[in-house]
Each structure stands twice: as C-alpha cells, then as structure tokens.
Design a protein around this ligand. Structure first.
Ligand SMILES: [Zn+2]
Length: 419
C-alpha cells in the first residue's frame, strides 16, 4: 500500500450497482477509495494515473478455481464417466512434481491477473502452498478442501482443519482469508459435513462445497448406487453404515443443517424445489461455464432464476483439469453464450459484485470507503456501449488492474501511467 494519495483519471466509471461517472477522478488513500467524482481537480498532491481514455469497473472475482491443479493442463482427457475423470486427476495430481506444481500455479495466477481477476476463491489441499498464495498480488478466499466418506474419520479430519485455520488467521490488511470446503456430497460423510459446518460457524469463516455437479451424484444420494458407489468401494473409502437419504443433493445438505450460507459450486442438476431451498438458506452459487462446457454437461445452473430469487451468483473458472484456460475473459464470453437471457451488463455484475457477495469478501462497488480493487478497459471508440468492451472476442487482457490501490498489471501501450 502506498503512503501518499493516488488518483485515477477515467473516461467512464461504472460501479455496477452504484452510480456511474464520466470524465472524472477516483482518489485512493491507504488502499481504499476516498472519493469518486465526475470532473477533474486542477491540482492534486499525489500520484496520478492518467487513464482518461478508459472504462473502470470493479475487479473481476474468479469465485471458484483450484490453482494448485494448473500443472494438470493437457494431462487429463475428457472421459465418458465422471468417476474415471476423477481417478485420472487423482493419479496425475499425485505424480506431479512440486516444482511443476508451483511453476504452473504462478503461471496461471498471472493469467488471472492479466484477464482482470482481483479476487480469487480457490480450493486447495496442500497447506505448504500457503506461502505461494501469500506471494500473489490479488485478494483470496482460500477454501481448505476436505474429503472423507467414512464417518469414523470425521472428528480427526475436522481437528486438523481447525489447527490449520487457527495457525493462519487473516491479519489486518491481509489479502488472504482461509475458509472451509467439504469436497462434495459423494465424498464427505454426514458427520464430517456437520463438524466442518460447526467449525466454520465457530471461526466465522466461509463454507463451500461442490453441489449437484453431475447426474451420478443424484443417483448415488437417491438410491446409494451407481458410479460413486463403485468408486468409493474401489478406493476402500465407502462407509457401509451410510444410508442413502433418497433426496436431491441440495435437500440432503439442508437436512444435514449445512446448507445455510453455503457457497455452492456448480448446481447443474437441480430439482425445482431446490431453487427456493437455496434462497431460503441464504446459500450462494458459483457458475462455472468453462468447466461445464468442457465436460459437455446436458444441464447447468439456472442462473437467472437464482438471481431473481435473490441468490448471490458468481462466476468461476474451475481448474485446468476441466477447462482449457483460466483466462477470466473467456468465462464471461462463455457465460453470455450459455445464459443468453442475461444482458452483458448483468454478466459483468456476476463477474464482479456477484462473485464478491458469493465469497463473502468486502463490498467491491467502487464507493468511498471500499477497497481500490479495479480494472480498466480502453475505449477504442468512445461511442461504444461500455458493457461491450470486456466482451471483445479477441481481447485476452484488461488494460490495467489494481488491488488495494496498487497497480498489479498495466498493458505497455496504455496512454497514461504515473505523472
Ligand atoms: Zn472445483
């Protein structure tokens, strides 16, 4: 964070829900916005970034990813059965060298930065990677991913999660917060779901899970059979004392008492009654268009209906084991293709404010008092509607990006820069 005042000159600023401003300035002190206004002061005692030919938006929030799996790019083919894909991911992930894992992690973090991501919701399972996360320039909500279908393991697993969370409390001004993620209803016992939920409530941290990603999950929960039974049995991870609940994944989680405030990832295969259930439980949703398309899913999240019910919805890339790229601009373009009933400005809302609400990070609406996390797009033609800029089909990068008042990326051909 810089000590002196900083200001940004802009052509247009859209706060995504707040006010819009034209030909104005945004002033930053200690990483936070202190003023936004149309019109430019003649004198300013501080650093000026002249981006007066640019559109400014709140930064993008990639609300679901597994950055540590980036080294699996190109190593995991699509498979007929989801469980075969899981087995390949597990095998390739354990064969990945630490050096390759860390190199790919940082390479892809840079892809996120350049494509405008200023906050990331990431699932991770290697605590040794925390030092690498700490080196990243953007805000992060890091979910410690936990598996365990045998109920006898629940307490021990939850205690080790608790130890890690207590060892790494988010310090004041830290860009990084830790959170909890039971992996999925087919890989986590009811006891572990409950232990982790009470831990999240006790430590006041976010709680997330992959939910209703595939049809086989519904089959497993309704009758206790199918591919997941086979997978768990083969891996000697099944628990024969488990009784299939006979209901949908969302309803199952509600019955366990763990759906409240959950950050639910995917939600591809929902029953109609699940929609209200999610809203009533104040659950949040993360839509992963690239991953859903990569797998060739037949159904995906009814984004518009959930938004109309008041559910916070964000957008996530998921990992490079099930997506061809972590470029976030690809995800917003694909969101438009997959959810054509949304206007481009609404998709940009999901990509920014929706994601920050879903992850439970600070308000990111470019208002006074909020963090200066923002991105810029240069106007090619000043008559262009602002919402079209991020959707340019050949665009791979934003023109600049800032987190907590620090410029973390700037295209070399941009007009302005410091004065
Ligand atoms: Zn995932």
């Amino acid at each position: 964070m810089t000590d002196s005042l900083t200001r940004i000159l802009f052509q247009k600023l859209v706060a995504m829900g707040g006010d819009d401003y034209e030909n104005g300035e945004l002033v930053i002190d200690q990483g936070r916005i202190v003023e936004v206004r149309s019109g430019v002061s003649e004198s300013f005692a501080g650093v000026t970034h002249d981006w007066s030919d640019c559109l400014i938006l709140p930064g993008f929030v990639n609300a679901h990813c597994h950055l540590s799996l980036s080294g699996l790019q190109g190593r995991v083919a699509r498979q007929e059965r989801f469980v075969d894909w899981i087995e390949t991911v597990v095998a390739e992930n354990s064969a990945l060298s630490w050096r390759d894992r860390v190199d790919a992690f940082h390479r892809e973090a840079q892809t996120l930065v350049e494509s405008g991501v200023t906050a990331l919701g990431d699932y991770f399972s290697h605590p040794e990677l925390l030092v690498e996360y700490q080196a990243l320039p953007f805000r992060q909500m890091l979910f410690l991913e936990t598996l365990g279908f045998q109920s006898g393991l629940a307490e021990e697993k939850a205690r080790s999660v608790e130890t890690l969370l207590r060892e790494h409390p988010a310090g004041a001004g830290s860009l990084l917060q830790l959170a909890v993620a039971p992996h999925a209803p087919y890989s986590v016992s009811p006891a572990l779901f409950k232990e982790l939920k009470s831990l999240a409530d006790k430590l006041n941290c976010r709680y997330s899970c992959h939910v209703a990603e595939v049809e086989e999950e519904t089959q497993f929960l309704s009758r206790g059979e199918g591919d997941f039974l086979e997978l768990l049995t083969k891996r000697e991870a099944y628990d024969s004392s488990w009784t299939p609940p006979g209901v949908s994944p969302v309803r199952y989680l509600e019955q366990l008492g763990v759906l409240r405030d959950m950050v639910a990832i995917h939600l591809n295969y929902l029953e109609e009654s699940d929609l209200n259930r999610l809203a009533e439980n104040n659950a949040n949703a993360v839509f992963c268009p690239g991953s859903t398309r990569w797998f060739g899913r037949k159904a995906w999240m009814p984004v518009k209906i959930l938004l109309d019910l008041g559910v916070s919805v964000g957008i996530g890339t998921d990992s490079l084991a099930s997506n061809d790229s972590l470029n976030f601009l690809d995800e917003i373009r694909l969101s438009e293709e997959m959810v054509p009933e949304l206007h481009r400005s609404e998709i940009l809302w999901l990509a920014t404010i929706g994601g920050s609400q879903a992850l439970g990070i600070e308000k990111m609406g470019l208002e006074s008092g909020q963090p200066a996390d923002l991105i810029g797009f240069r106007f090619g033609n000043s008559e262009e509607d602002w919402w079209n800029l991020p959707f340019d089909p050949v665009r791979r990068q934003v023109d600049f990006s800032m987190v907590a008042g620090e410029v973390i990326f700037q295209k070399s051909n941009i007009k302005g820069g410091k004065q």
